[in-house]
Design a protein around this ligand. Structure first.
Ligand code: 13P
Length: 260
């Protein structure tokens, strides 16, 4: 397993033509290395062109969401069975889906389990919002999201899961209006996430899932986040749409591994 994982969440951006263009540009800029696993998560309509045009030695693929059932009368949905063989990863429970699509912990747990059942690595997103943070509820909210999100998995399945800590108040702050999460704020939460997993699945389990940080990661702050104890990589939104910025983030992750 690579030592760092860098995941690009393109969110609802880029048509298939634009997605192909970005992949070609990324291929020119990003150098492949065994030490860092790079995953691109385009919108569903872009998955096929990105799969076709990417260099598979450099880029793995992920989806941004899945349905929790395999097939059926669910207009507009995409099932894990349909993604099998096309992607390796799937983002589940992103805060934007919790907020805008009203996904709750119960549904998210079913999606995580559906991903695992189909051999896809779930990237379970957890994170506190500003209100929760200001009212001292952040630790409980995050522990509850981790507990519920993993609740349908066995202990053996935990090591193939990824948990992304994305404080909602730190997402999309790239324009400088709001506040970035400071590494000293992220570190205790990452420890807390691992402790929660340890309590749920027993001794040693806390070290098993890969834990990512996400929220306004850019080439200037990336190294500070990678230096946080317990952080195995990054989930990158806005900066992943810019090939120069994303290539710089991947290069920083490679440098972080080699400087150890
Ligand atoms: P930004 O990097 O744009 O803040 O997005 C973070 C995120 O939500 C990734 O899933």
């Amino acid at each position: 397993m690579a030592e760092k994982l860098v995941v690009a969440n393109w969110k609802m951006n880029l048509n298939p033509h634009q997605a192909s263009l970005l992949v070609h540009r990324l291929d020119q800029k990003v150098t492949a290395g065994r030490s860092v696993e790079v995953v691109l998560c385009p919108p569903f309509v872009d998955l096929y062109p990105v799969a076709r045009d990417r260099n598979p030695k450099k880029f793995k693929l992920g989806a941004q969401n899945i349905h929790h059932l395999d097939e059926g009368p669910f207009t507009g949905e995409v099932s894990p069975a349909m993604l099998q063989g096309l992607v390796d990863f799937v983002i589940v429970g992103h805060s934007e889906r919790r907020r805008h699509a009203h996904e709750d912990d119960k549904l998210i747990a079913r999606k995580v389990a559906a991903a695992v059942r189909h051999g896809l690595v779930p990237i379970l997103c957890v994170g506190d919002n500003l209100f929760e943070r200001e009212h001292g509820a952040a630790r409980k909210v995050v522990a509850d999201q981790v507990t519920a999100g993993l609740s349908l998995l066995t202990a053996a399945e935990i090591k193939d899961t990824v948990i992304a800590y994305e404080p909602v108040w730190a997402i999309s702050q790239g324009d400088g209006r709001g506040s970035y999460a400071k590494p000293h704020e992220v570190e205790p939460m990452v420890t807390h996430i691992r402790q929660t997993v340890e309590e749920l699945y027993g001794e040693g389990a806390g070290g098993e899932p890969r834990v990512l940080y996400g929220g306004s990661v850019n080439p200037d702050n990336v190294t500070a986040y990678l230096e946080i104890a317990g952080v195995d990589g990054l989930l990158v939104g806005g900066a992943s749409l810019n090939y120069e910025q994303f290539a710089a983030i991947v290069a920083a992750a490679q440098a972080a591994v080699h400087s150890k």
